[in-house]
Design a protein around this ligand. Structure first.
Ligand SMILES: [Zn+2]
Length: 307
């Protein structure tokens, strides 16, 4: 019988970095984490990460194929991270090469949203799909595009910035320096801004978090429902445009805001179908919530790159 394949998955986040051993069936074990902000330099961080990796490989009989890393602003082609708004180190850092040197194992690095899409493809609802888009609706909006069974990286490793498609010309200012990007409306931050506008206009105290908006929607709060309606309208319209480029079988939502489930899905689907080009009317994609919401999709997906 062939031996099971294993890899170590790493998800570098702004606050915490999660590490775990993943097998070919998507089972995660020996989970551990590091406080990302605790390390003043990326070199110190990699030294600590390498130690965790060695502790895991040293404590298991499993043959570990390598390490996959998902990180904000990471580039699959160069293996480096650059200018990430959410990480403590701003300069370009050749993460893959430095980690590979430290642990003497194969290492692959990609952007966190692409890692999550990879996880969905291997272990989630996209199993068996050849064409789908996964949007991570978190602090920002990240995306992973799978076309003909492969993640789309583009010639420079930077393809799939769906979050920075301009949804409203001259709209809200975006962290990228332009205005009206999708992520200024459909991220956790974006939806809070929308809520603030609606609530203040009605003389109410605004919600403090996207979770609070979801909870209010659950109890039928009309303001919260309106916030989701407006968000879904923007998101659905942009996705209808994206659909005409890629014609995916499904569009899958992941990340904090996806916890809103139908409150987000229903208005998004409505706007999406209204704007969808007629040639797709008989082959409409499914809009759905990730199957890995309560599992660590980014760690699973990062490991999936090397399994
Ligand atoms: Zn932008």
């Amino acid at each position: 019988m062939a031996k099971k394949k294993y890899a170590i998955g790493v998800d570098i986040g702004a606050s915490y970095t999660k590490v775990g051993l993943v097998d070919e069936n998507g089972n995660l074990s020996r989970e551990t984490s590091l406080t990302t902000t605790q390390y003043k330099t990326p070199e110190d961080f990699v030294a600590a990460l390498a130690l965790q990796v060695q502790l895991i490989t040293g404590s298991t009989e499993a043959k570990v194929n390598g390490v996959g890393v998902g990180a904000p602003n990471a580039n699959y082609h160069t293996g480096g991270i650059n200018n990430s708004a959410n990480l403590p180190w701003k300069e370009y850092f050749p993460l893959r090469d430095v980690l590979m040197e430290a642990i003497d194992m194969p290492v692959k690095v990609t952007n966190d949203a692409k890692a999550a899409a990879q996880g969905e493809l291997l272990f989630g609802k996209a199993k068996g799909m050849k064409d789908f888009i996964q949007l991570t609706l978190g602090t920002g909006v990240g995306s992973g595009i799978v076309s003909n069974g492969e993640l789309v990286y583009g010639h420079d490793g930077m393809a799939g910035e769906v979050g920075h498609i301009i949804a409203k010309p001259n709209g809200r200012p975006c962290g990228c320096g332009r205005r009206g990007c999708l992520e200024t409306y459909a991220s956790a931050t974006g939806i809070l801004n929308t809520a603030q506008k609606i609530m203040l206009a009605n003389g109410l105290i605004p919600f403090q978090s996207s979770r609070e908006i979801t909870e209010a929607a659950m109890s039928g709060n009309p303001m919260a429902l309106e916030v989701f309606n407006q968000t879904g309208k923007v998101l659905g319209k942009v996705l209808a445009n994206v659909h005409s480029v890629l014609s995916p079988q499904a569009i899958i939502f992941f990340g904090g805001l996806a916890n809103a489930g139908d409150f987000l899905l229903v208005p998004t689907r409505k706007a999406f179908e209204e704007e969808l080009l007629f040639v797709y009317k008989d082959s409409k994609p499914e809009l759905m919530i990730s199957g890995l919401m309560h599992r660590n999709a980014a760690v699973l997906g990062a490991a999936a790159m090397v399994i």
